[in-house]
Design a protein around this ligand. Structure first.
Ligand code: NAD
Length: 431
C-alpha cells in the first residue's frame, strides 16, 4: 500500500488510508490474491469531475462535484449524492467503495458508486446577497444544484449505469429533481411519497436498519435490554432522527444528541418526539435543553451505545481513548477512522460496521428500483421486513464468523463482501 496505485498516479495525490482499504487489502492477502488484483478491486473504475454552473436568483453560482463509479461487477453503480462543504474526490471514492462492500455483504444486485458536490453555503449567501439564515433559500439552492447535476450526468442516469439516492444534504425533494429530468422511475431511488415509483418506508429505511442493528448489538453482544440501555447520538438528520424515534419507542434512554450546530443533553433521557418537532421548526437540536453538550463530550459519554450518524472520521487516534461506550453502531459512513481501530479494539469496544449497520437504505433502494414500474404498492411493513431479514442475515453471518475466528465484525464483514465482489469480477472479466 506504500506505492501509488495507477489511479493515484494519474490524479497526482495519494488517497488517505481508510479502514475499508486496509481491511480489503488484508482480506485479499488472506484469500491469496495478487496485489494488482486487490488494487483492482479497491480502486474506483471511473471518476467523473463536474463543473456545475447553477442559475439561481438571476446569477450563475458555480459549484464543483464528482461521481465515483467504484465497481459494477455485481450490478449498476449505486450510491447517494452528498451536498456538503467538505466534499473531496477521495472522500467520494471512499464512500463509493463502502457502497460496493455494502451491496455485496447485503447480497443485493447493485455495485457501488457515489456523488459528491461541494457547497459552501456561506459563499452562496455572499454571492446572492443574503444575510439572515434561511432554510428555504438553502433548500431551493440545493434543488437547483441537483437539477444541474442531473442534466450533466444524464448519460449515466438514463442508461441506469449509475443510480443515485439521497445522502447528507439531499433528500426526496432533490431526488424528484433528478426524476423530473430522466422521467424514468428506476433511475433514482429515495423519491418522495406519492410520485411515480416511490417506495413506502424508504424515508425511514436507513434509520430503521440502524435501529434493528442496535437491538441486535444490545441483545446478542452486550447482553442488555433496550429498555435498560443508554444511548448517545451524533447527527439528527434523516438517519439519526429515525434511529432515535425507533429506539425511544423501545424504551432506550437517549441522553444526548448533537448536530452540526450544537447539542442537547438530559441525563434522564431526552424526549425524542419533542426533539423531532423542535428540529423540524428550528433546523437544529441546539437550544432544546438548557444543558448543552459538545461533540467531544458526546463521544466520551459513559453510555451503553454510541451512534455516530453524521459524518466521517469523528472517532480518530486523538480521541478514541476517550470513548467509554461499550458498543458503537456506525450509522454514518466511516465515522471511525482507520487509525482509531486498534485503540477501540484493544479496549474491547464492540463496533457494528457501517456496511451492515446502515445498509437499510440501500436494501430499500433495491426494492424501490426493482418495483419502479409496478403500479401496485408494497406496504411499508413489508419493506421493513425485507430490511430486517437482510440485516439479520448479514449479522448472523458476521457474528458467527467473528466468534469462530476472533476477528472484529468489521474485518469479517469486509472479507465476506470482498469475496463476493472478486467472484463476480472473475466471472465477468476473468481478472
Ligand atoms: P442529513 O443531512 O439528513 O443529516 C446529517 C446530520 O448530521 C444533521 O443533523 C447535521 O446537522 C449533522 N452534522 C453534519 N455535520 C456534522 C458535524 N461536523 N458534526 C456533528 N453533526 C454534524 O444526512 P443523513 O442522510 O442522515 O446521513 C448521515 C450519515 O448517514 C452520513 O454519513 C451518510 O453517508 C450516512 N448514510 C445515509 C443514508 C441515507 O439513506 N440518508 C444511507 C446510508 C448512510
Amino acid at each position: 500500500m506504500d506505492v501509488f496505485s495507477e489511479s493515484e498516479v494519474l490524479i497526482g495525490s495519494k488517497e488517505p488510508l481508510t479502514r475499508s482499504m486496509f481491511l480489503m487489502h488484508r482480506a485479499g492477502d488472506r484469500m491469496g490474491l495478487e496485489k494488482s488484483i486487490i488494487s483492482d478491486i479497491v480502486d474506483p473504475q471511473q471518476l467523473v469531475v463536474l463543473r456545475l454552473p447553477v442559475k439561481f436568483w438571476g446569477k450563475i453560482f458555480v459549484v464543483w462535484g464528482c461521481i465515483s463509479l467504484h465497481n459494477n461487477a455485481r450490478g449498476p453503480y449505486k450510491g447517494g449524492i452528498r451536498l456538503s462543504p467538505d466534499v473531496s474526490l477521495w472522500e467520494t471514492v471512499e464512500l463509493s467503495r463502502l457502497m460496493t462492500l455494502k451491496t455485496a455483504i447485503s447480497d443485493i444486485e447493485f455495485g457501488g458508486g457515489k456523488s459528491g458536490i461541494r457547497l459552501n453555503i456561506d459563499d452562496a449567501y455572499g454571492l446572492l446577497g443574503k444575510k439572515e439564515r434561511d432554510t428555504e433559500f438553502e433548500k431551493a439552492l440545493g434543488m437547483a444544484i441537483c437539477e444541474e447535476f442531473a442534466g450533466q450526468a444524464r448519460k449515466y442516469l438514463d442508461d441506469l449505469i449509475y443510480v443515485p439516492a439521497p445522502d447528507m444534504g439531499t433528500g426526496p425533494d432533490e431526488m424528484a429533481c433528478i426524476f423530473n429530468q430522466t422521467l424514468n422511475p428506476a433511475s433514482v431511488t429515495g423519491k418522495p411519497e406519492g410520485i411515480h415509483g416511490w417506495l413506502p418506508g424508504r424515508k425511514e429505511s436507513t434509520g430503521y436498519g440502524c435501529f434493528r442493528s442496535t437491538l441486535r448489538l444490545m441483545q446478542d453482544i452486550l447482553n442488555i435490554s433496550p429498555s435498560d440501555s443508554t444511548v448517545a447520538l451524533q447527527g439528527f438528520g434523516n438517519v439519526g432522527s429515525h434511529v432515535a424515534l425507533y429506539l425511544a419507542e423501545k424504551g432506550a434512554k437517549i441522553v444526548a444528541v448533537t448536530d452540526y450546530y450544537g447539542g442537547a443533553y438530559d441525563k434522564k433521557g431526552l424526549h425524542i418526539h419533542g426533539l423531532d418537532r423542535y428540529v423540524k421548526e428550528n433546523g437544529t437540536v441546539k437550544g432544546f435543553t438548557s444543558e448543552e453538550i459538545t461533540q467531544e463530550q458526546l463521544l466520551s459519554l459513559d453510555v451503553d451505545v454510541l451512534i455516530p450518524a453524521a459524518v466521517e472520521n469523528v472517532i480518530r487516534k486523538d480521541n478514541a481513548h476517550t470513548v467509554r461506550a461499550a458498543g458503537i453502531v456506525e450509522a454514518a459512513n466511516a465515522p471511525i477512522a482507520y487509525d482509531a481501530m486498534d485503540i477501540l479494539e484493544d479496549k474491547g469496544t464492540k463496533i457494528l460496521p457501517d456496511i451492515v449497520a446502515n445498509s437499510g437504505g440501500v436494501i430499500a433502494s433495491m426494492e424501490e428500483y426493482s418495483r419502479s414500474l409496478s403500479a401496485i404498492k408494497i406496504e411499508k411493513k413489508d419493506v421493513l421486513k425485507v430490511i430486517d431479514d437482510k440485516i439479520n442475515n448479514s449479522l448472523d453471518a458476521v457474528f458467527t464468523e467473528s466468534e469462530k475466528t476472533g476477528k472484529s465484525f468489521s474485518e469479517v464483514a469486509v472479507h465476506f463482501a470482498l469475496r463476493r465482489v472478486y467472484d463476480a469480477m472473475k466471472k465477468r472479466w476473468h481478472i
